[in-house]
Design a protein around this ligand. Structure first.
Ligand SMILES: [Zn+2]
Length: 493
């Protein structure tokens, strides 16, 4: 309890978590994997850990692909009248080759045969696909926290009774228009020397754009055709005008840069060495992904998680603890394209490739803790189906009931780097975090900036996770492993 008190004091009263977040966001910039912004952030983290007296390095996990950076983006409608257009190029697209003034054309082809009728008609044009969805006003608040009832439901979750969540942007009964696929159209538009394709979705509304990748990034892949995500309201203005026969012109000036000098992927790895002669070779790991999409500075996804995990290391180091086990932080690259950093790290270090299980080194890893669900404070832990840890984590949460963290749920959560560990049987956990504006406003959007971070929530998270890491490092036994291996390690991201 002395240690927990010390951690609480350091984490809540002397927090530096927002400073770390500032360096990961405003100072580093967008952190698309292998981009200059990613490397700025990775090097800052490595240097900062060293300043605290923690061994740290950038470690390559193997070949990955090209870096990419946006150097300029200007988009405006110029006819029938002038209006700036809210638009953002998708990652790994080519530029426009200077300022292009282009007519808008709506391609209504339903299949490849119909697309052929556009042969010779797209040169110098900006291409749109038909849409028949409509914007609906939102009646719910952007931000939310878990209610007591919701947390209670999570605590009572029974893995035998998994609920199905409906997905998709189209209302029931409504079907999207039948068109050629975006990829087919891009290939065609590139050959036909069109200027760009504009994309949209009703989610990208009210000034918030959801932007991710625009195609392949492998070293040998050709540059992708220019594809810009456009605010739904702006897209529909262009679309309505163009389909009613009114000539629409758009100016596009996009410049992008590819980086092919070093195609390796990198994680940041740092550690505080264990001191117990019997346990010092065992490892307690913590981390989160450092890469982001490029539409903003990836504040909630996932500078927040990295700032918290850096803060955990600072708290533990500055409190002067001598951990029994070694404590290792990893800030992962390439998560957004498929958990590449964590999966390859786990493969390189901890996996017996013959049977895809934990090897001798992996058997020394007690546990991995991950944070990657935005800026919300910790409300508890997802047990990932590991019933054996329930009493342990319940006990570890007890001193933090006053901070709103008390729920342990047998529910699985997917989508991020703990799956790489879970996949080979090493206990890997992600914390339950209040949603705040994650799905509505920040996750993979142009609004994911520092201003959407909540300082008090991040301080709380760092304090609780520091205590978890400390407990795991000091505990007599390692964290128990699951009796039966689940398939959650193979879920999507
Ligand atoms: Zn993330």
């Amino acid at each position: 309890m002395d240690a927990v008190q010390k951690i609480r004091k350091e984490g809540l009263d002397n927090s530096k978590v927002m400073e770390h977040a500032f360096y990961f966001t405003d100072v580093s910039g967008p952190r698309l994997n292998n981009s200059p912004g990613y490397l700025r952030a990775a090097n800052w983290a490595k240097d900062q850990l060293k300043k605290w007296g923690i061994d740290a390095k950038l470690e390559s996990w193997g070949d990955w692909g090209k870096g990419w950076e946006l150097e300029k983006s200007y988009v405006a409608m110029t006819a029938p009248y002038y209006r700036p257009i809210l638009a953002f190029p998708k990652a790994w697209v080519a530029g426009s080759g200077g300022l292009q003034s282009a007519e808008v054309i709506v391609v209504t082809a339903k299949d490849s045969a119909e697309l052929e009728t556009y042969r010779g008609k797209l040169k110098g044009k900006i291409v749109l696909l038909p849409r028949n969805d409509t914007l609906k006003p939102t009646f719910n608040a952007d931000a939310s926290r878990f209610t007591d009832e919701e947390l209670q439901k999570m605590a009572e979750f029974d893995p035998k009774n998994v609920p199905q969540r409906p997905r998709g942007q189209f209302q029931q009964g409504q079907r999207p228009p039948v068109t050629v696929t975006l990829n087919r159209l891009k290939d065609f538009a590139k050959i036909e020397k069109a200027v760009a394709i504009l994309s949209a979705s009703p989610r990208g509304r009210d000034g918030t754009l959801f932007v991710s990748g625009g195609g392949a990034y492998t070293a040998s892949a050709p540059e992708n055709f220019l594809d810009l995500m456009v605010a739904y309201e702006d897209y529909m203005t262009l679309y309505r005008l163009a389909t009613s026969g009114i000539p629409v012109k758009v100016d596009v000036d996009v410049k992008t840069k590819f980086y092919t000098g070093d195609i390796k992927g990198y994680n940041v790895v740092g550690e505080i060495k264990g001191t117990d002669p019997k346990l010092k070779d065992e490892i307690v790991m913590l981390g989160g992904h450092l890469d982001s999409w490029h539409g903003a500075t990836g504040a909630t996804d996932n500078a927040a998680g990295c700032a918290v995990m850096m803060e955990v290391m600072r708290i533990l180091k500055s409190s002067g603890f001598k951990p029994r086990r070694t404590i290792r932080i990893a800030l992962w690259g390439g998560e957004e394209q498929g958990l590449h950093g964590s999966r390859n790290y786990v493969r390189n270090h901890f996996t017996d490739t013959a049977n895809r299980k934990s090897n001798a080194e992996g058997d020394k890893v007690s546990v991995y803790f991950n944070l990657d669900n935005g800026t919300g404070k910790v409300r508890g832990v997802y047990l990932q189906g590991n019933e054996g840890v329930k009493p342990i984590f319940t006990k570890w949460l007890e001193p933090f009931a006053d901070l709103g963290a008390k729920t342990v749920t047998l529910q699985n959560t997917g989508g991020t780097d703990h799956l790489a560990f879970d996949g080979i049987g090493i206990p890997g956990f992600q914390f339950i975090q209040d949603e705040i504006e994650y799905d509505t406003r920040t996750h993979h959007t142009t609004m994911d900036s520092y201003d959407h971070l909540l300082a008090d929530d991040l301080k709380q998270a760092a304090t609780i996770i520091a205590s978890f890491v400390y407990n795991a490092a000091q505990r007599e036994q390692k964290i128990p492993r699951k009796a039966v291996q689940s398939a959650s390690g193979r879920q999507g991201f």
